[in-house]
Every structure is written in C-alpha cells, then in structure tokens.
Write a protein that binds this ligand. Structure first.
Ligand code: SF4
Length: 383
C-alpha cells in the first residue's frame, strides 16, 4: 500500500520548492530537479534493465534520499517513450515528447543553439532549430551504428571500461579509418586494424569518428548541421566523441551542456515549472492589500498531481500480453496497483501508452473504439 501524497510542511517553515522532470526510455531513466528559478538542483541516472516501474521507484527513492529535509515537489513533467507510465505512477502534471523537452532544456542552457545532436544508448536524434523552435528533426531507433550501444559493444569487446574510452581516444595521434556503415562491418574492420598492429588509442578514436560519421549519415541524412551545435545524451560525456564531431563537422562550435545525459528530464522539469509554477496577473488582479505589499499581484501556484515519494515503496504488479495489432507482435505490459490498472507500457509504437486506467477490460475495449478508421493496423488490435 502506498500513501500517495507527501505531507505539507508545517506552517511557517521555509520550503525549497522543486520541480521534477522524469525522462524514461527503454534502456535508461533520468530524473532531474530544478528550483523555482529554473536552476538545476540534482539528477539521477539509472538503467531500467527491462523493469521501468522498478527503475522509476528506485530513482525516486534515490532522489528523496538526497533531498534536503525542507523540500517540496510542486510540479512533475514526464517525457520519454514511457512518459505516460511515469505520469501515471509519479503523478505527472505535464507529459511531453522527448523532442519538446530537449528543445526546452537547450533553449534555457544554450539559447544560441541551432542544432541538437542527441545520442543515447539505444537511439539518437537530430533537431534543427530556428529562433529556438523546431525547424526539422529526425530520429534513429533501429540502427545501432549511430547510437551509444555501438561504443558500449566495442569497448566491452576490447576490454575497456566505457568511461575510459573517451580519454584514451583523445591520446590518438594517427587515428585509423574504420569503414562500414553498420556495426557488423565496422567491427570486422576494427579487428583487422588490431591485427595489423595499430595502437589501441588510434583504433578507439577511429571508432569515435566512425560513430560521428554514421550518425550524420543515418540521422542527419544530408541535413545541414548549423552551429552552434549542442551535443547531449549519455554519449556526450565521451570527450573522444566531442572531438570527433568537431572534426567531422569541421567546426569547434560543438558544445556539451553541464548535464548532457539529463537534458530531457531537465526540459520536462522546466515544462512542469512553466505549467505549475507561480504566476502573476491574469484573473488575479492586484488588490489593495497587494498594492500595500509592494504593488505586485499575488503569486498563484497550481496544485501538483505529484503522488509523493512513497510510491517508491508501493507494490505494482505487471501483467504482460502480446499486441497483435501489427506483425511486430510486441510484448506490452499492464501495470496495476491494488488490483486497478493504472497504465500500459511497452511496444514499438505508442499505441498502448495512452490506454486509460481503470477496469482492466475497459482499457483495450475503449482503445479499440478510439482507433481511427484510417488506422488499419490499429483496427484489428487484440490482446
Ligand atoms: S501496434 Fe505497436 S505495440 Fe502493437 S504490435 Fe504493432 S508496433 Fe507493437
């Protein structure tokens, strides 16, 4: 059982008002806290290891353990492929896609940015900006050659900790050219370079260059990368990759924000602040007392849907089923609390992400009725 809402602090106690952003994908979860001024406070990064509910609970517990005693969550934003699941569990006030969240965080961190290069463990994105808004974007979720898993796999094969790969790659003097636009050919080329006796540092930097080229070929698809470019996602910690992008793009204007892995979560937190934070004006006109107090109208703050950190101890049950709406036959999970379905998650598309909570039988049934007539693959959806 879980008590779903934290207690309000005692009257008169000074409280640190915080906004929580949750970015949850298929491989990792990031949680970020910002204060009322939009400043970064803390973040947590964890692998989901196929258990997004538990990863979210553990992330919340870790964050709570590090919070000062007098802190209160005033708003929650969620993003990532499992954003609806996260919103259902944590109590989301705002649910936005990753592109929107990352653009919001980038606009705050590097206002002059014209391109976002984002590389995570399993996917990568490119967002082109014009005056701070999205002019074009593309995503790669299928080809490993343009994602961090390419580096992870090769580091493991070479017996190097992924955290050390970047520093060693920076020591390269004569990088080798790793050819091949997919992981299989690139790996066989690397093996051949090792057999020829090239120094490991040169092979590692060659690997970084190959990933940068593959990213531009697969995700960039001929698009013009305008600078300044902001490089984010977990792979941006790798200094070898930062140098590789500068070299491949032929520019030094590739910047890495202070918390590159958490930009989606920071953006979600900023969106929560925008939606839930105190506002002035509007319907709340300045009254006599406000004028006496300095002429400002009262701050108005919406009440958050945050379910409280106690959800990290709740007992959720997950029931898998196969979606047969298309040949992918994805495994989807229904998440319940106290016998009530609160969310569904999983699958390669977002078909089930919006499935409503409530009666376990009602979600899919209602969902079928919601299927647009033109959506052939959704029409015959069955469990
Ligand atoms: S409709 Fe979506 S969730 Fe269902 S099988 Fe196809 S890709 Fe997977």
């Amino acid at each position: 059982m879980c008590a779903v809402r934290d207690q309000s602090p005692p009257p008169g106690e000074t409280v640190m008002n915080l906004y929580l952003g949750i970015d949850i994908g298929s491989v990792t979860i990031k949680l970020a806290l910002i204060d009322r001024a939009g400043h970064f406070v803390d973040s947590v990064y964890r692998r989901t290891q196929g258990q997004p509910v538990q990863a979210l609970q553990q992330g919340l517990a870790e964050l709570r353990a590090r919070l000062p005693g007098k802190a209160a969550i005033r708003g929650v934003g969620t993003t990532g492929s499992a954003r609806y699941l996260a919103a259902a569990i944590a109590g989301g006030d705002v649910v936005k896609n990753e592109i929107t969240s990352q653009v919001v965080a980038t606009a705050r961190t590097v206002p002059a940015a014209r391109t976002i290069v984002e590389i995570g463990g399993q996917d990568s994105k490119l967002v082109l900006l014009e005056d701070g808004t999205v002019a074009d974007f593309s995503m790669n979720t299928v080809c490993a050659a343009g994602t961090g898993s390419f580096l992870d796999h090769q580091a493991a094969r070479l017996g190097i900790a992924i955290e050390d790969l970047g520093a060693r790659a920076l020591r390269s003097r004569h990088p080798v050219r790793i050819t091949g636009k997919c992981t299989v050919f690139a790996e066989s080329d690397m093996i051949s370079k090792q057999q020829m006796g090239h120094p490991l540092e040169d092979i590692l930097y060659g690997l970084c260059l190959a990933l940068a080229r593959n990213y531009l070929a697969n995700v960039g698809l001929g698009r013009e990368i305008r600078t300044p470019a902001v490089f984010q996602g977990g792979v941006a910690f790798n200094q070898g990759m930062v140098r590789a992008f500068k070299e491949v793009l032929g520019t030094g204007e590739v910047m890495v924000p202070p918390h590159p892995e958490a930009m989606g979560a920071i953006g979600a937190a900023l969106l929560a602040l925008e939606e839930m934070g105190p506002r002035t004006g509007g319907a709340h006109e300045c009254g006599p007392r406000d004028r006496a107090a300095g002429g400002r109208p009262p701050a108005v703050e919406a009440r958050t849907a945050f379910a409280g950190f106690a959800v990290s101890e709740a007992l959720y049950t997950t029931t898998p089923f196969e979606c047969r709406a298309c040949p992918n036959l994805c495994e989807v999970a229904r998440v319940s609390l106290d016998g009530r379905v609160i969310a569904t998650c999983g699958g390669r598309c977002d078909l089930w992400e919006h499935a409503p909570a409530g009666d376990p039988a009602a979600g899919p049934a209602r969902r079928r009725k919601e299927v647009p007539a033109s959506g052939g693959r959704r029409r015959r959806q069955r469990e």
